[in-house]
Every structure is written in structure tokens, then in C-alpha cells.
Design a protein around this ligand. Structure first.
Ligand code: BGP
Length: 474
């Protein structure tokens, strides 16, 4: 007999403002770095952007109705900073505040718990222009002021707050792979900006804890547990390098308030270590700055081998043509290799449900925090049949195996608060356009068949409804 899922388990789905809302110049919204970035030719798949996205801004009631039909207990969404503060700071935009106020009320009216992400990558362009965004310590006060505005306005109804979504991803893509704004390749700048993001994150959490708001707050981290390619000790060591560099570097800071020694040492040797002041240290080590839960975005695991040859960074597969990914790694530390035991998606992401159980175990044993799984899902090509059905058995299979892995972790005795899949409706994939679909609800963006962005529940929608109704027994 397995331990059951907790009674109040948050079964849900997730999204992010830029990927669903559209209405990029409506409601007094300011422009974000993404509004600008997508206009640079060649940056996204066929130049796709979120100007209209799936028009959730105008159709949120229809979307919330569908969530209620699926029986969702929770919905994770992000707030566009530029709707609240069009310039990142200064005057509050009442129309923006009202949009999320209405959305939150609508969710609550349908007994859906709002899980609110404060920052999901859409930095106000004004702050990038004014002081280079995350590269300036001035962002700390602006971020806290923005977060405080949300706590003050929605804190009576919102009990789960996510500070930063995937800091590791937006930093690495923005300052190392140059595939997200501000699209530079400079590890020194990356680690410096990342340190400032840590200070902003810690300051917002501390503010929340010090001011008596009810609820829980934490970051969402994109964690891909790492395997060694085999039992050779050098490869095992490389796996440890990768784990420290890719993941513990971020999660240790959130929870312990310091960076892992070996990464710090490695950075110092290359002259790319961020500057840490005595005040920073005090803030970061203050228990009030530490999260109440770890948000986990889990998609896949990685497998590595030693890297003496100096293989460096590579771009990711954004075409959906399987097998087009290039070799990559960090010279002297590890290189990413194929795992012969795992199948891959069309975008070359490893499919590994057991890896989710491993992720939950590693977070538990290193940090001993409850985990809210804030993202997990399968990006795939879907086919809309003539009768508007979508037979996504591959997605059902993928999610079912991951639900089993969560159940196994719960049976291990680990505390998992909820599971918000990526995503509820189809939405924009940052670099892969609209063809890479994740939703339970198909959104018809095909210009030939429909211009109206009609919503059609997929087979997985009805499957998930069952899972929720049976509290994970499926
Ligand atoms: C995460 C992001 C999401 C989402 C997801 C799927 O990194 O937090 O916003 O996009 O990945 O990724 P992709 O769209 O690249 O397939």
C-alpha cells in the first residue's frame, strides 16, 4: 500500500505572462525586454513573438472556465512587471493591477488556488535602458517595490508566491548562450548579474517574511539532475562538477546563503567570481531571506563525462528536428553526452520520469524543504483532427509516468505540495514558436483554418481531470 497524495495536493497547471497574454501594448502596459528582443531578426523560431500570444488577456474568463472544467485545484501564472509598472518603477498602472485582480478573483470564485510568479523573464525594457537591468544593484529596490505592490494588493488572496522563475535559465541564456535578452556572452557579467538577482530574490523574501503576509514564498528552479555516463571515477567526478555548477550554485545560495566552494574557487581562478560584500553576506545568510519551499521546474536529466578536450557551449535544438543538437560542456569540468537509456523528445530533451523522483530526493536531502513542482510537461507537435479532437496519448503517457514518480517520492516520505504542469493552454515557446505545444487545451493558431485562436481540449485534458478527481490514483 503506497502513501496517498496529500488531501490538499495542488493539482494544477502553469503559464507565464509573455507566453499567453498577448495585448502587449494594451491596458497601459510598458514594453519588456522580450517585446524588444523578438523584433531582432533570427532570434526566435521564424520570428514568432508574444504580441498576441494566445490572447489570454482578453480570454482569461474562458480559460479559467476550462480550468474549472478540468477540476484544477491550482493555477500558476506570472504577472507582467510592465503591466504594474510600465517603466519598472515610478507610478503604478491601475489598469494592470485590475487585470490581475480580476483574474485572481475569477480563479478563487472557481476554487482554484492562485500561485503567482512575480518574475518570469519579462523585465521592463525601461530598466534595461536605464541601468542595464540585472547588472545594476539599483534593480534590487525596484524589484522589492514591485513585489511589495503585489503582496499589498493580492496578499489577502494569494498564498503561494514564486519570486524568480528559473534564474539559472534566464541568466545562462541571457549572458552566456546569448539566446535570451540581453543576449551577450560574458561569464563575468553573468555571474555578477546573477549575484544581484540573488540579492533581489533574498530581499523580496525577507520583506515578505518581515511584514506579516500570510502564505509561502520561494523561487522556481530549473533542476536537471545529472548522471555520470558510467562508473569511471573521472566521469563520476565530472557529474559532481556539473551538479555543483549547474544547480547547487543556485539552490545553495537560496537556502544556505552561500555559493558552493568548488564553484567559487573555479570562478576565482578565471577571474569571473562575483563580488560579495559584507552586507550581501549578512542579507543572504539571514534565515528570513530563505525560501519556505523550493519550486521545481523539472523537464529532464543530463548525463555527462569528463571533458579534457575543452568542448564548450553550444546552441540548443529550436527546430524540433530530432538529433540536431551539438556537443557542449564546460572545459575542464564536464561535457554533456547522450544517455543510451533514455528516449528524447523532438527537441532532443531527455524523457526521464525516474529523474523526477531523483530530483525530489536530492532537493530533500540537501535542503530539507517542501517542494512545489512548478513546471513539468512534454513539448510536442500535436495534430488537430477534423472533428477538433487532439489525440495526445504521448503526452498522457509522459505525464502519467511523472505523476507515478511524484507518487513514489511521496511514498519515500518526501513533502511535495503540488504539481502545476506546463502548461494549461498551448502557448508560446520562447525560442520555438507555437509549434512546440505543451497544453491540455489546444489553441488553434493556424492562419489557414482559424484566426480566432479557438480552444479545444485534448485527450490529455480529460485524462488529467480523472487524475485530479481521484487525487492521483488515475
Ligand atoms: C521553462 C520555462 C517556461 C517554458 C518551459 C518550456 O524553462 O520556465 O517558460 O517555456 O521551460 O520550455 P520551451 O518553451 O523552451 O520548450
Amino acid at each position: 500500500q503506497m502513501k496517498p497524495f496529500p488531501k490538499n495536493f495542488l493539482w494544477g497547471s502553469a503559464s507565464a505572462a509573455y507566453q499567453i497574454e498577448g495585448a502587449y501594448r494594451e491596458g497601459g502596459k510598458g514594453l519588456s525586454v522580450w517585446d524588444q528582443f523578438v523584433r531582432i531578426p533570427g532570434k526566435t523560431f521564424k520570428g514568432t513573438n508574444g504580441d498576441v500570444a494566445v490572447d489570454h488577456y482578453h480570454r482569461y474568463r474562458e480559460d479559467v472556465d476550462l480550468m474549472a472544467k478540468a477540476g484544477l485545484k491550482a493555477y500558476r501564472f506570472s504577472i507582467a512587471w510592465t503591466r504594474i509598472f510600465p517603466n519598472g518603477n515610478g507610478e503604478v498602472n491601475q489598469e494592470g493591477l485590475k487585470f490581475y485582480d480580476d483574474l485572481i478573483n475569477d480563479l478563487i470564485a472557481h476554487q482554484i488556488e492562485p500561485v503567482v510568479t512575480i518574475y518570469h523573464w519579462d523585465l521592463p525594457q525601461a530598466l534595461q535602458d536605464e541601468y542595464q537591468g540585472w547588472e545594476s544593484r539599483r534593480i534590487i529596490a525596484d524589484f522589492v517595490n514591485y513585489a511589495k505592490t503585489l503582496f499589498d494588493n493580492y496578499g489577502d488572496r494569494v498564498k503561494y508566491w514564486v519570486t524568480l522563475n528559473e534564474q539559472n535559465v534566464f541568466m545562462q541564456h541571457g549572458y552566456s548562450m546569448a539566446s535570451h535578452p540581453p543576449a551577450v556572452t560574458d561569464p563575468k557579467r553573468m555571474y555578477a548579474a546573477n549575484h544581484i538577482a540573488n540579492l533581489a530574490n533574498a530581499s523580496a523574501i525577507k520583506y515578505f517574511h518581515e511584514h506579516g503576509y500570510q502564505g509561502q514564498i520561494g523561487p522556481s528552479f530549473a533542476y536537471s539532475p545529472i548522471y555520470a555516463v558510467d562508473a569511471a571515477p573521472e566521469n563520476q567526478l565530472a557529474a559532481d562538477n556539473a551538479e555543483q555548477l549547474n544547480s547547487y550554485y543556485w539552490m545553495d545560495m537560496y537556502v544556505f546563503g552561500h555559493y558552493p566552494t568548488i564553484v567559487r574557487n573555479w570562478q576565482e581562478k578565471q577571474g569571473i567570481a562575483p563580488e560579495i560584500t559584507v552586507e550581501d553576506q549578512a542579507l543572504l545568510e539571514n534565515p528570513l531571506s530563505h525560501p519556505d519551499f523550493m519550486g521545481l521546474n523539472y523537464y529532464q536529466t543530463g548525463t555527462v563525462a569528463k571533458n579534457d578536450t575543452g568542448v564548450g557551449a553550444a546552441a540548443e535544438n529550436t527546430s524540433g528536428k530530432k538529433g540536431t543538437i551539438k556537443e557542449s560542456g564546460v572545459p575542464g569540468m564536464f561535457k554533456n553526452v547522450k544517455n543510451d537509456y533514455l528516449q528524447k523528445t523532438d527537441w532532443d530533451w531527455n524523457i526521464d520520469p525516474v529523474g523526477l523522483q531523483i530530483a525530489l530526493r536530492r532537493i530533500n536531502s540537501r535542503y530539507n524543504l517542501p517542494v512545489l513542482i512548478t513546471e513539468n510537461g512534454l513539448g510536442a507537435f500535436d495534430t488537430l483532427e477534423a472533428d477538433h479532437e487532439i489525440h495526445d496519448d504521448y503526452r498522457i503517457h509522459f505525464l502519467r509516468e511523472h505523476v507515478k514518480a511524484i507518487h513514489a517520492a511521496i511514498d519515500d516520505g518526501l513533502q511535495v505540495i503540488g504539481y502545476t504542469t506546463w502548461s494549461f493552454t498551448d502557448l508560446l515557446s520562447w525560442l520555438n514558436g507555437y509549434q512546440k505545444r505543451y497544453g491540455f487545451v489546444y489553441v488553434d493558431r493556424d492562419e489557414k483554418s482559424a484566426k480566432d485562436l479557438a480552444r479545444y481540449p485534448k485527450d490529455s485534458f480529460y485524462w488529467y481531470k480523472q487524475v485530479i478527481a481521484s487525487n492521483g490514483e488515475d
